[in-house]
Write a protein that binds this ligand. Sequence first.
Ligand SMILES: C[S@@+](CC[C@H](N)C(=O)[O-])C[C@H]1O[C@@H](n2cnc3c(N)ncnc32)[C@H](O)[C@@H]1O
Ligand code: SF4
Length: 457
Amino acid sequence: MAKDKDYLFKIISKRIADTDFSGYTFQYPPLFSWKAKDAESKVGDAWEKALSVKNNHLGIYVHVPFCKQRCTYCRYFSEELNDQGELDRYLNLLKKETNLLKKYFKNQKIHSLYIGGGTPAILDLDQLKKLFDHLYDSFDLSVCKQTVFEGNPDFLSLTKLRLLKKYKVNRLTIGVQSLDQKVINLVNRFQTSGSFQKCIKNARKVGIESINIDLMVGLPQQDSSSFLKTLEEVISLGPDMIHLHPFYPTNLTIFSKENKKVTQPEIIKREKMSHVGQLILQKNGYKENEFDANSKSKADVNIQLADAMEYNSSFLGLGPGAVSHVAGRLRYVNANSIAGYEKSLNDNSLPVLSMCELNSKDDMIYFVISCLRYGKVDKKKFKKIFNKNIDDIFSKEIAYLARREKLENTEDFLLPKFSDLGDYSILSKYFYDKKFIAYCEKEFSVEKIKEDGELYF
Ligand SMILES: C[S@@+](CC[C@H](N)C(=O)[O-])C[C@H]1O[C@@H](n2cnc3c(N)ncnc32)[C@H](O)[C@@H]1O
Ligand code: SF4
């Protein structure tokens, strides 16, 4: 292995960021390499086999791909909502999709439910009730440990929050991004002044246990005083977790589609602001629990993500653009357009866009790269899940990164020594399968991409 691989891995990182509309950028193999062939027929078969035995950490993710308007910085899949009736049609389709799949989940207890988007809070009260009733009717959620709801403050009235509490939502993640109305307007975000402050107070009032706030760093015209003012105000309201998202303008954003670029001085400023933000959070009792999420207690982490990492658990993704992971067998993604999703379901077919079959090594790689992102790989856990010793499977990779002083290999753990998220993105790819790396080397023209500006992650 040579250091020139670093550049190829940077390019792969960019390719992932520019193509993975699910935002699930550390999944392996990356979404850009998946294929459409025979996808639909393989999905049912994979779930049937995987769920013929008991699964302890199953997750369900529901994607609600609608927003009132599209924020120009956003890299996730959603479409602008034209009328509220579109959501009724979406819910009917979601029901169809669930009905095609629920037979496989009959005797399975679901451990985590995550409703994300888009803007799930754009559903009105009746529609939210329909969504939850349908999920509760279709799956066994009786011992579900965590139910997460992604909420935009302007759509979360006190009555809606009460309803969420009734349906056992115990973690609310509120997208705020910035409290500077100038920045908010500039990025075409629908968020009115004072809505967040009201929303967090109401969420506390109805008794939602854990509240996470998403903030962005380095948005257009967001200077450090604007960012720090937002951060201080958010901290003063005492959420349980604060997630700082440095702005990465992937090709999927309107920002990039309008040919705008983040300049080198802006990148430096963004990184400095992120660093200062982390220090301020630490001073205020928030501990870093992932590379960029900070919480007061361990109980506030996203359990679905933690389960995938700790137990290589399977999760079912429902809705347009949702990703599913059938551990040891398959990863697949649903159609990333409402029209494509609708067309398949109207033909009574699963709305699968593409998939990749997993061999036993793929899941090991996925496990290692996701654990590295969280700061350590537990060797005993690896042995328990895969019945193999990690030091035997990845001996060369571990020795190589240890030589570069980027990994400490202790008796029980692999401890990454990455300098930042960019370093992680590049170096964790040394665990990728050699054949996959060779495929990427052939696929991408390194020289061409060299001219292409920032290689973000
Ligand atoms: C699924 S998204 C949106 C959730 C919700 N609809 C909202 O607007 O708050 C989750 C988070 O990703 C972050 N995000 C979106 N686009 C991004 C980008 N281009 N770079 C970095 N973070 C981004 C935002 O902080 C956002 O809250
Ligand atoms: S940030 Fe949220 S509200 Fe804005 S476009 Fe993305 S998903 Fe929609």
